[in-house]
Design a binder for this molecule. Structure first.
Ligand code: GSH
Length: 243
């Protein structure tokens, strides 16, 4: 039984997949509580709920049943305007690539602020333990994802290729990717690209607020910000991401 008697969304603070699920719930005006978990604690929480993997987002229903993964959460919400091919690419290729690229830059720079962003969680106890454990957690994250500076140039090239693809798609399809209404495919693309868009007015303050972008990433982020893809993400967030 979920003691809140409401939907509970379990998230990792800077995760763009978690933002995808959160945005879908917000857009559909479905009431829920959010529990932001510190890395490590999320594993215990997901296992205790009987989830098949430890990945978040995970939606817990009042009766204790769960729905894991942003895709299934969007299915449950029932958002219209999906495009399975575009969403599949964002979920399986663009999303992991962006995460890998950003962590390779951010975890290599002690001044980046990524520790504090990861530990902006619901429980102050988890936050305190996370800070104490950071000297162990950080190398585990680096080796788990191979998030090292030496792989960054190759990842940046691959992000450029993803943006080439999406720039072209936007030019072909216009501001709405499917039909004439903002929908599931738009929400998916915007949320997955959000971490590299350096949003100024990010309503939920989870993705990049508090990050000091390292020099290893700044020139690429500046270049990407002028691309149609990221201009589009900024427009979509400004016009559609209302909490
Ligand atoms: N395909 C999944 C991917 C989710 C995902 O990769 N979540 C990451 C955060 S960005 C995560 O929970 N990583 C920690 C773990 O797997 O234990 C979805 O759409 O929800």
């Amino acid at each position: 039984m979920n003691r809140h008697n409401r939907l509970l969304l379990l998230t990792l603070p800077p995760s763009h997949y978690c933002e995808r699920a959160r945005w879908a719930l917000d857009l559909s005006q479905i009431p829920y509580d959010e529990e932001r978990l510190a890395p490590g604690f999320h594993i215990l929480r997901a296992k205790r709920l009987g989830a098949s993997t430890t990945s978040l987002p995970l939606l817990v229903f009042p009766d204790g049943s769960i729905c894991q993964g942003s895709d299934l959460i969007l299915d449950w919400v029932g958002l219209a305007g999906g495009d399975p091919e575009i969403e599949h690419r964002f979920e399986r290729q663009t999303g992991p690539l962006i995460r890998h690229c950003l962590y390779a830059g951010l975890l290599s720079d002690p001044q980046s602020g990524i520790r504090d962003v990861l530990l902006r969680v619901s429980s102050s106890r988890q936050s305190k333990i996370g800070r104490l454990a950071w000297p162990i957690l950080k190398p585990m994250m680096i080796s788990g994802m191979n998030a090292r500076l030496n792989v960054l140039p190759d990842l940046i090239t691959k992000v450029d290729k993803e943006l080439d693809w999406f720039d072209k798609l936007i030019v072909e399809r216009g501001d709405c990717l499917v039909a004439n209404d903002f929908g599931r495919a738009d929400l998916t693309a915007a949320s997955i690209l959000a971490p590299i868009a350096r949003l100024q007015n990010e309503p939920i303050h989870s993705i990049s607020a508090g990050i000091q972008w390292p020099q290893s990433l700044v020139p690429s982020l500046a270049r990407w910000s002028k691309r149609p893809s990221l201009e589009w993400v900024k427009r979509i967030y400004a016009s559609k991401r209302v909490c």
